[in-house]
Design a protein around this ligand. Structure first.
Ligand SMILES: Nc1ncnc2c1ncn2[C@@H]1O[C@H](COP(=O)(O)OP(=O)(O)OP(=O)(O)O)[C@@H](O)[C@H]1O
Ligand SMILES: [Mg+2]
Length: 249
Protein backbone atom coordinates (compact mmCIF):
# COMPACT_ATOMS: atom_id res chain seq x y z
CA UNK A 1 0.00 0.00 0.00
CA UNK A 2 1.38 3.43 -0.94
CA UNK A 3 1.67 6.26 1.57
CA UNK A 4 -1.64 8.12 1.60
CA UNK A 5 -1.70 11.66 0.22
CA UNK A 6 -3.84 12.65 3.19
CA UNK A 7 -4.45 11.06 6.54
CA UNK A 8 -6.75 12.80 8.98
CA UNK A 9 -6.41 11.06 12.34
CA UNK A 10 -8.94 11.39 15.17
CA UNK A 11 -9.90 14.88 14.11
CA UNK A 12 -12.44 16.82 16.20
CA UNK A 13 -13.92 20.29 16.32
CA UNK A 14 -16.82 21.72 18.30
CA UNK A 15 -18.76 24.95 17.93
CA UNK A 16 -20.18 25.93 21.29
CA UNK A 17 -21.73 22.69 22.48
CA UNK A 18 -22.03 21.11 19.02
CA UNK A 19 -19.50 18.43 18.14
CA UNK A 20 -19.47 19.26 14.43
CA UNK A 21 -16.73 16.69 13.75
CA UNK A 22 -16.18 14.05 16.38
CA UNK A 23 -13.02 11.92 16.30
CA UNK A 24 -13.00 11.26 12.55
CA UNK A 25 -10.19 9.39 10.80
CA UNK A 26 -10.09 9.25 7.03
CA UNK A 27 -7.46 8.92 4.32
CA UNK A 28 -7.03 9.65 0.62
CA UNK A 29 -4.63 8.16 -1.90
CA UNK A 30 -3.22 9.50 -5.18
CA UNK A 31 -5.58 8.86 -8.08
CA UNK A 32 -8.45 8.23 -5.71
CA UNK A 33 -11.81 9.95 -5.34
CA UNK A 34 -13.28 9.69 -1.86
CA UNK A 35 -16.85 10.86 -1.45
CA UNK A 36 -18.35 12.29 1.72
CA UNK A 37 -22.04 11.67 2.20
CA UNK A 38 -24.48 12.48 4.97
CA UNK A 39 -27.47 14.60 5.89
CA UNK A 40 -27.37 18.38 6.20
CA UNK A 41 -25.28 19.30 9.20
CA UNK A 42 -23.53 15.90 9.34
CA UNK A 43 -20.13 17.60 9.41
CA UNK A 44 -18.89 17.04 5.86
CA UNK A 45 -17.98 20.63 5.06
CA UNK A 46 -16.52 21.18 8.52
CA UNK A 47 -14.27 18.12 8.11
CA UNK A 48 -12.81 19.33 4.84
CA UNK A 49 -12.53 22.90 6.12
CA UNK A 50 -9.97 21.67 8.64
CA UNK A 51 -7.98 20.32 5.71
CA UNK A 52 -8.38 23.50 3.66
CA UNK A 53 -7.34 25.65 6.62
CA UNK A 54 -10.67 27.48 7.00
CA UNK A 55 -11.12 25.96 10.49
CA UNK A 56 -8.51 24.96 13.03
CA UNK A 57 -9.19 21.57 14.58
CA UNK A 58 -9.54 21.21 18.37
CA UNK A 59 -7.72 17.89 18.38
CA UNK A 60 -6.34 15.29 16.02
CA UNK A 61 -3.62 15.18 13.39
CA UNK A 62 -3.33 15.72 9.66
CA UNK A 63 -0.59 13.90 7.76
CA UNK A 64 0.28 14.80 4.17
CA UNK A 65 2.31 12.29 2.16
CA UNK A 66 3.63 10.67 5.30
CA UNK A 67 4.57 13.86 7.15
CA UNK A 68 2.70 15.49 9.98
CA UNK A 69 1.22 18.75 8.69
CA UNK A 70 0.45 22.03 10.38
CA UNK A 71 -2.54 23.67 8.75
CA UNK A 72 -3.64 26.87 10.45
CA UNK A 73 -4.75 28.88 7.43
CA UNK A 74 -5.82 28.50 3.79
CA UNK A 75 -2.32 29.58 2.85
CA UNK A 76 -0.79 26.68 4.83
CA UNK A 77 -3.16 24.34 3.03
CA UNK A 78 -2.10 25.65 -0.38
CA UNK A 79 1.54 25.17 0.60
CA UNK A 80 0.73 21.44 0.86
CA UNK A 81 -0.72 21.55 -2.68
CA UNK A 82 -4.27 21.35 -1.41
CA UNK A 83 -6.82 23.33 -3.45
CA UNK A 84 -10.44 23.77 -2.50
CA UNK A 85 -13.47 24.44 -4.63
CA UNK A 86 -16.14 25.61 -2.23
CA UNK A 87 -19.87 24.99 -2.11
CA UNK A 88 -20.34 28.59 -3.19
CA UNK A 89 -17.85 29.03 -6.02
CA UNK A 90 -15.47 31.87 -5.28
CA UNK A 91 -15.02 33.46 -8.70
CA UNK A 92 -14.88 37.19 -9.41
CA UNK A 93 -17.94 37.63 -11.64
CA UNK A 94 -16.76 40.72 -13.50
CA UNK A 95 -13.41 39.21 -14.52
CA UNK A 96 -12.69 36.82 -17.39
CA UNK A 97 -11.44 33.23 -17.11
CA UNK A 98 -7.74 34.12 -17.21
CA UNK A 99 -8.06 36.81 -14.52
CA UNK A 100 -9.94 34.37 -12.34
CA UNK A 101 -7.45 31.60 -12.91
CA UNK A 102 -4.59 33.79 -11.71
CA UNK A 103 -6.51 35.85 -9.16
CA UNK A 104 -4.10 36.73 -6.33
CA UNK A 105 -1.29 34.83 -8.09
CA UNK A 106 -0.91 36.95 -11.24
CA UNK A 107 1.89 36.24 -13.68
CA UNK A 108 4.24 39.18 -14.17
CA UNK A 109 6.75 40.29 -16.76
CA UNK A 110 10.44 40.51 -15.82
CA UNK A 111 9.71 44.18 -15.06
CA UNK A 112 7.03 43.32 -12.56
CA UNK A 113 3.99 44.25 -14.64
CA UNK A 114 0.95 42.00 -14.79
CA UNK A 115 1.45 39.84 -17.88
CA UNK A 116 -2.05 39.62 -19.37
CA UNK A 117 -1.05 37.97 -22.61
CA UNK A 118 0.87 35.18 -20.90
CA UNK A 119 -2.00 34.61 -18.49
CA UNK A 120 -4.35 34.36 -21.45
CA UNK A 121 -2.16 31.90 -23.36
CA UNK A 122 -1.65 29.78 -20.24
CA UNK A 123 -5.41 29.77 -19.70
CA UNK A 124 -5.96 28.72 -23.32
CA UNK A 125 -3.50 25.85 -22.86
CA UNK A 126 -4.98 24.47 -19.69
CA UNK A 127 -8.58 24.85 -20.85
CA UNK A 128 -7.70 23.03 -24.07
CA UNK A 129 -6.51 20.16 -21.94
CA UNK A 130 -9.35 20.13 -19.41
CA UNK A 131 -12.35 21.27 -21.39
CA UNK A 132 -11.69 21.60 -25.16
CA UNK A 133 -15.19 23.01 -25.75
CA UNK A 134 -14.46 26.02 -23.58
CA UNK A 135 -14.30 29.08 -25.85
CA UNK A 136 -15.43 32.00 -23.70
CA UNK A 137 -12.00 33.17 -22.62
CA UNK A 138 -12.64 36.89 -22.92
CA UNK A 139 -16.04 37.14 -21.29
CA UNK A 140 -16.67 37.93 -17.66
CA UNK A 141 -17.33 34.63 -15.87
CA UNK A 142 -20.80 35.92 -14.93
CA UNK A 143 -21.66 35.13 -18.59
CA UNK A 144 -20.62 31.48 -18.19
CA UNK A 145 -22.77 28.49 -17.38
CA UNK A 146 -22.38 26.73 -14.04
CA UNK A 147 -20.37 23.94 -15.64
CA UNK A 148 -18.08 26.38 -17.40
CA UNK A 149 -17.53 28.23 -14.14
CA UNK A 150 -16.65 24.92 -12.52
CA UNK A 151 -14.05 24.27 -15.21
CA UNK A 152 -12.43 27.65 -14.51
CA UNK A 153 -12.25 26.82 -10.81
CA UNK A 154 -10.85 23.37 -11.54
CA UNK A 155 -8.33 24.81 -14.03
CA UNK A 156 -7.12 27.17 -11.31
CA UNK A 157 -6.47 24.26 -8.97
CA UNK A 158 -4.75 22.18 -11.61
CA UNK A 159 -2.60 25.04 -12.90
CA UNK A 160 -1.16 25.58 -9.45
CA UNK A 161 -0.19 21.91 -9.17
CA UNK A 162 -2.82 20.75 -6.75
CA UNK A 163 -2.18 17.22 -5.60
CA UNK A 164 -5.18 17.20 -3.34
CA UNK A 165 -8.45 18.66 -4.51
CA UNK A 166 -11.43 19.30 -2.30
CA UNK A 167 -14.75 19.77 -4.05
CA UNK A 168 -17.71 20.67 -1.86
CA UNK A 169 -20.90 20.03 -3.86
CA UNK A 170 -19.45 20.97 -7.25
CA UNK A 171 -22.53 19.76 -9.12
CA UNK A 172 -25.24 20.97 -6.73
CA UNK A 173 -26.39 23.85 -8.91
CA UNK A 174 -25.75 22.21 -12.28
CA UNK A 175 -27.98 20.70 -14.94
CA UNK A 176 -27.59 17.16 -16.27
CA UNK A 177 -25.27 18.12 -19.12
CA UNK A 178 -23.03 20.27 -16.94
CA UNK A 179 -22.88 17.64 -14.23
CA UNK A 180 -21.64 15.20 -16.85
CA UNK A 181 -18.96 17.71 -17.83
CA UNK A 182 -17.74 18.03 -14.23
CA UNK A 183 -17.81 14.24 -13.88
CA UNK A 184 -15.58 14.00 -16.93
CA UNK A 185 -13.18 16.57 -15.45
CA UNK A 186 -12.99 14.59 -12.22
CA UNK A 187 -12.14 11.46 -14.19
CA UNK A 188 -9.39 13.35 -16.00
CA UNK A 189 -7.86 14.68 -12.75
CA UNK A 190 -7.96 11.21 -11.23
CA UNK A 191 -5.98 9.88 -14.21
CA UNK A 192 -3.42 12.60 -13.61
CA UNK A 193 -2.96 11.21 -10.10
CA UNK A 194 -4.72 13.82 -8.01
CA UNK A 195 -6.53 12.73 -4.89
CA UNK A 196 -10.00 14.20 -4.60
CA UNK A 197 -12.38 14.62 -1.67
CA UNK A 198 -15.83 15.08 -3.16
CA UNK A 199 -18.96 16.11 -1.27
CA UNK A 200 -22.40 15.58 -2.74
CA UNK A 201 -25.91 14.63 -1.69
CA UNK A 202 -26.49 12.54 -4.80
CA UNK A 203 -25.78 8.98 -3.69
CA UNK A 204 -26.07 7.51 -7.17
CA UNK A 205 -23.74 10.10 -8.68
CA UNK A 206 -21.28 9.47 -5.86
CA UNK A 207 -21.28 5.74 -6.53
CA UNK A 208 -20.34 6.46 -10.14
CA UNK A 209 -17.66 9.07 -9.46
CA UNK A 210 -15.99 7.76 -6.31
CA UNK A 211 -13.68 4.89 -5.49
CA UNK A 212 -14.75 5.01 -1.85
CA UNK A 213 -17.61 6.65 -0.04
CA UNK A 214 -17.48 7.77 3.57
CA UNK A 215 -20.70 8.48 5.44
CA UNK A 216 -20.99 10.98 8.28
CA UNK A 217 -23.80 11.50 10.75
CA UNK A 218 -23.88 13.89 13.72
CA UNK A 219 -20.19 14.64 13.28
CA UNK A 220 -19.15 10.99 13.37
CA UNK A 221 -17.82 8.78 10.61
CA UNK A 222 -20.26 5.90 10.21
CA UNK A 223 -18.20 4.02 7.67
CA UNK A 224 -15.92 4.24 4.67
CA UNK A 225 -16.39 1.56 2.00
CA UNK A 226 -15.20 0.88 -1.53
CA UNK A 227 -18.13 1.48 -3.87
CA UNK A 228 -17.90 -2.01 -5.37
CA UNK A 229 -18.37 -3.51 -1.90
CA UNK A 230 -21.67 -1.77 -1.14
CA UNK A 231 -25.12 -1.25 -2.62
CA UNK A 232 -26.95 2.03 -2.77
CA UNK A 233 -29.21 0.66 -0.01
CA UNK A 234 -26.18 -0.01 2.21
CA UNK A 235 -25.16 3.61 1.80
CA UNK A 236 -28.65 4.94 2.42
CA UNK A 237 -28.94 2.94 5.61
CA UNK A 238 -25.62 4.36 6.78
CA UNK A 239 -26.87 7.87 6.06
CA UNK A 240 -30.28 7.39 7.65
CA UNK A 241 -29.68 4.88 10.46
CA UNK A 242 -26.07 5.79 11.17
CA UNK A 243 -25.05 2.12 11.09
CA UNK A 244 -22.65 0.41 8.73
CA UNK A 245 -24.18 -2.91 7.57
CA UNK A 246 -20.72 -3.95 6.37
CA UNK A 247 -19.13 -3.49 9.78
CA UNK A 248 -21.43 -6.05 11.39
CA UNK A 249 -20.43 -8.77 8.92
N1 LIG B 1 -18.80 28.34 11.80
C1 LIG B 1 -19.70 27.60 12.48
N2 LIG B 1 -20.20 28.03 13.65
C2 LIG B 1 -21.07 27.29 14.36
N3 LIG B 1 -21.52 26.09 13.97
C3 LIG B 1 -21.06 25.60 12.81
C4 LIG B 1 -20.13 26.32 12.00
N4 LIG B 1 -19.85 25.59 10.90
C5 LIG B 1 -20.58 24.46 11.00
N5 LIG B 1 -21.30 24.47 12.15
C6 LIG B 1 -22.18 23.39 12.62
O1 LIG B 1 -21.49 22.17 12.47
C7 LIG B 1 -22.36 21.15 12.05
C8 LIG B 1 -21.85 20.54 10.76
O2 LIG B 1 -22.03 21.47 9.71
P1 LIG B 1 -21.45 21.23 8.24
O3 LIG B 1 -21.58 22.50 7.50
O4 LIG B 1 -20.11 20.63 8.34
O5 LIG B 1 -22.48 20.14 7.67
P2 LIG B 1 -22.55 19.49 6.22
O6 LIG B 1 -22.48 18.02 6.42
O7 LIG B 1 -21.57 20.11 5.32
O8 LIG B 1 -24.04 19.87 5.79
P3 LIG B 1 -24.64 20.30 4.34
O9 LIG B 1 -24.90 19.01 3.65
O10 LIG B 1 -25.90 21.00 4.69
O11 LIG B 1 -23.66 21.17 3.64
C9 LIG B 1 -23.75 21.77 11.94
O12 LIG B 1 -24.42 21.52 13.14
C10 LIG B 1 -23.43 23.23 11.76
O13 LIG B 1 -24.48 24.03 12.25
MG1 LIG C 1 -21.72 21.27 3.57
Amino acid sequence: MSTPLVEMKNVSIAFGGVRAVDNVSIDLHAGEVVGLLGHNGAGKSTLIKMLSGAYKMDSGEIWIEGNKATINSPRDSRDYNIETIYQTLALADNLDAASNLFLGRELTTPFGFVDDSRMESETRKIMARLNPNFKKLKEPVSALSGGQRQSVAIARAVYFNAKILIMDEPTAALGVHETAMVAELIGELKKQGLGIFLISHDTREMMELCDRVAVMKNGQLIGSERVEDVTEDDILSMIILGKNPKAAA
